[in-house]
Design a protein around this ligand. Structure first.
Ligand code: ADP
Ligand code: ADP
Length: 217
């Protein structure tokens, strides 16, 4: 089964939700660039300070900063046998850097790129109703509520609403995706590793489609 996996799709497509399930099932780390940035924001690190204004405006953090952060994370031993990347790469420069990094740290390449497709009209409601756990688990007020309101089912931590999950910023983030990240679909298609997944169905059904695709590789 494929082990070096890149999740593609617009904000709200369900990348994080599905990445967590894949990571658990395959026993590989889930590396979310957004989660790493947010952890750095919370801990007020230098990296967090550099990224903050971009994140709050719904813009991409500059490539050099983002690539250095991911290089650091992928260099840790737990990523050697596989990883599910969520939110990275987001630009052609990041995709090229990822190829180099995987080769250097694991002698590996991207095995499969599931691209979760969801109509734009669905994304805004998903994002404005999203509630997040500091450890990266995600819920939705209507579509995927926690057992106890406001608390993570997995670790009991208090859920929060991301500052960039407001209607205005969400709309801008979708535009940014269309302009800067969409070209990656073609990049991975040309290599024959892209697989389209219908994300406009219940979470369980999306997972089933995804696992069937992963089993083919
Ligand atoms: P992404 O990482 O692509 O931005 P998330 O996994 O965080 O997306 O999901 C965005 C929101 O939509 C979350 O609130 C999540 O609970 C919800 N969600 C995810 N997948 C589905 C689905 N298949 N149907 C309905 N809601 C979903
Ligand atoms: P979503 O899951 O809704 O798509 P993320 O958590 O992946 O959102 O990203 C939140 C924000 O973090 C982005 O809007 C951007 O500012 C920053 N970010 C995350 N990943 C990257 C990346 N690969 N390159 C540049 N900025 C990024």
């Amino acid at each position: 089964m494929a082990k070096h996996i890149v999740m593609l799709g617009p904000p709200g497509a369900g990348k994080g939700t599905q990445a967590k399930r894949i990571a658990e099932k395959l026993g590989i780390p889930h590396v979310s660039s957004g989660d790493i940035f947010r952890e750095n924001l919370r801990n007020r690190t230098e990296l967090g300070r550099m990224a903050e204004e971009y994140i709050n405006r719904g813009e991409l953090v500059p490539d050099d900063v983002t690539i250095a952060m991911i290089r650091d994370r992928l260099s840790r031993p737990d990523c050697r046998d596989g990883v599910v990347l969520d939110g990275f790469p987001r630009t052609p420069a990041q995709a090229a850097a990822l190829d180099t990094i995987l080769q250097e740290v694991a002698g590996a390449q991207v095995d499969i790129v599931p691209c979760i497709r969801v109509p734009e009209s669905v994304l805004v409601e998903r994002l404005t109703g999203r509630r997040s756990c500091p450890r990266g688990h995600v819920y939705h007020l209507k579509f995927n509520p926690p057992a106890e309101p406001g608390k993570c089912d997995h670790d009991g931590l208090e859920l929060f609403q991301r500052e960039d999950d407001t209607r205005e910023t969400v709309t801008h983030r979708i535009q940014v995706y269309n302009q800067q990240t969409q070209p990656l679909i073609e990049y991975y298609e040309k290599r024959g590793v892209l697989v389209n997944i219908n994300g406009d169905q219940p979470i369980e059904n999306v997972s089933a489609e995804l696992f069937a695709a992963l089993a083919q590789v």
